[in-house]
Design a binder for this molecule. Structure first.
Ligand code: BG6
Length: 488
């Protein structure tokens, strides 16, 4: 069947994917449905996938698991024709079978492709299994013509991150390693680059002279479920901040790259991380929802945080003195992912007392990082009628307003495709990761005690002192406009 997509968007050569951790949660929820969509949409013609895991399955067992994963998690329609084409490319090797059997399976898959191909190893495994998996790939002689995607956490502190990178580099060169941070695969995250660098309007005010403070706020409603044991070891800072929130911060704060290529973008992002001041424990609120300590795998006196809010600074010419407030946590009041930029207020108010000027906070530019991205710019305007009363108004854009919403690739799909194409733009580098651990060390070495918060709240009360004299943008005082609503 002819590809349904323009040439050049997919990888140059057909791919053999070795999916380690193929029966795990992430593989079932995101990776198998994602690979299926890339395949059925024509992005990766001929792609073959070899599932690898500790489970004792055969190829048919793996196909059954993949089919069930699609039924449960695919967000688009799965036709029998597409499934039949996809399932023919699925193979399975149990870890117990060893490196030799895996090598044979890869070679057979390559022979079936009948021409030049590339290998993509996706390590969807917990941190303690990542290095053994890398070593196995080395032992199986599967490093040639290959790239490897790694899942976070990339270490748990500076020393372990440096050690992990050193061990990885014994097998794979840095340019072959793709450390995935799925927040950067979100359409809206990339749109930050478009917004900033494709327009002349915003960049001149994108600095400390005009911006008062920035919030990156990712509250989640969901609890930990079966991940409580994992959280007990890792906590919200390592799970969310040192990864996703700091990466978003990198895009938001970086200088214009010399070109829109992976290397210049990576360099600019790393410069932001280099300019970050170490995180002061006194600028951090750690929280734990009540009830967490009775969950499975959690100590009854656990000090792990399920919530974190902090203030950090980027000490360079553009951002010196501008506080960046970051917050994320589980079992909070709402699930949201926003970046909110608060602009400085005018130097002098000429409006009469009671006019309402500045009563509703500063002007804000807000990005909603949902898959269907939204943006809004709020400002004061005159309320119609006599006198001079001011109201907070806003201009809003929603991706849903365009006819292209169906073209959005899910974050993992986008990132897998980029890794297959060898494009590092949306991946993190060893240098960047190590620097982020370095600035984290004061907090990791002297964390403030956790404070409790009620499930369904916005976190411990101390978050208000942290951000004072400002206020958290969430919950929004006005809901996003719904373009489809009657009368809007
Ligand atoms: C993951 C974290 O990386 O991101 C989870 O481990 C978190 O704890 C998730 O819930 C959030 O991702 P998304 O795409 O659902 O916002």
């Amino acid at each position: 069947m002819a590809p349904k997509i323009p040439p050049g968007v997919g990888p140059q050569y057909p791919q053999v994917v070795v999916l380690v951790g193929a029966t795990g949660d992430l593989a079932r929820r995101k990776l198998l449905p994602g690979l299926f969509h890339l395949s059925s949409a024509g992005f990766i013609p001929g792609c073959r996938i070899i599932g690898v895991s500790l489970d004792d399955l055969d190829a048919d067992g793996f196909r059954k698991l993949a089919r069930e994963a699609l039924t449960e998690f695919a967000t688009r329609k799965v036709t029998e024709d597409d499934w039949s084409a996809f399932s023919k490319g699925l193979q399975y090797v149990s870890l117990a079978a060893g490196a030799g059997v895996l090598k044979r399976a890869v070679v057979e898959a390559e022979q079936a492709l009948n021409g030049e191909s590339r290998r993509l190893h996706y390590l969807s495994v917990p941190p303690n299994a990542a290095l053994p998996a890398v070593r196995m790939l080395g032992e199986a002689d599967l490093v040639d013509r290959s790239r490897v995607i790694m899942e976070k956490p990339f270490g748990t502190n500076l020393a372990s991150a440096v050690a992990l990178n050193a061990r990885l580099h014994e097998v794979f060169d840095e340019d072959r390693i793709f450390r995935i941070d799925h927040f950067l695969g979100k359409e809206a995250a990339q749109n930050i680059l478009a917004f900033r660098f494709a327009n002349g309007l915003f960049e001149p005010i994108w600095n400390r002279n005009f911006i008062d403070h920035v919030q990156i706020d990712v509250p989640e409603k969901l609890g930990l479920g079966r991940r409580s044991g994992f959280y007990e070891q890792i906590g919200a800072y390592r799970d969310m901040v040192v990864t996703h929130l700091f990466q978003i911060l990198g895009f938001m704060a970086m200088e214009a790259p010399t070109s829109l290529e992976p290397k210049p973008i990576g360099e600019e992002k790393n410069k932001v991380f280099r300019s970050m001041l170490p995180i002061k424990p006194s600028n951090v609120v750690r929280g734990q929802y009540t009830g967490y300590r009775s969950e499975e795998g959690v100590y009854s006196d656990s000090d792990s945080e399920t919530f974190i809010a902090l203030k950090c600074f980027i000490d360079n010419w553009r951002w010196a003195g501008v506080p960046f407030y970051l917050r994320t946590g589980k079992r909070l009041a709402e699930g949201q992912r926003i970046i909110s930029i608060a602009f400085r207020e005018p130097p002098k108010s000429m409006f009469p007392p009671g006019s309402g000027v500045s009563a509703q906070g500063p002007d804000h530019l807000t990005f909603d990082l949902a898959d269907a991205a939204k943006m809004s710019l709020s400002f004061y305007g005159k309320r119609p009628g006599p006198g001079m009363r001011l109201d907070k108004l806003s201009m809003q854009f929603a991706m849903h307003d365009t006819s292209r919403i169906g073209d959005v690739l899910e974050a993992y799909e986008r990132l897998i495709l980029d890794a297959m194409r060898g494009d590092h733009t949306l991946f993190t580098t060893a240098e960047g990761i190590e620097r982020l651990w370095e600035v984290s060390m004061p907090l990791l070495e002297g964390p403030p005690p956790v404070r409790f918060y009620d499930p369904g709240s916005w976190g411990p009360n101390a978050i208000h002192q942290l951000i004072a004299p400002h206020a958290w943008r969430l919950p929004f005082e006005r809901v996003w406009r719904d373009p489809n609503a009657v009368g809007s």
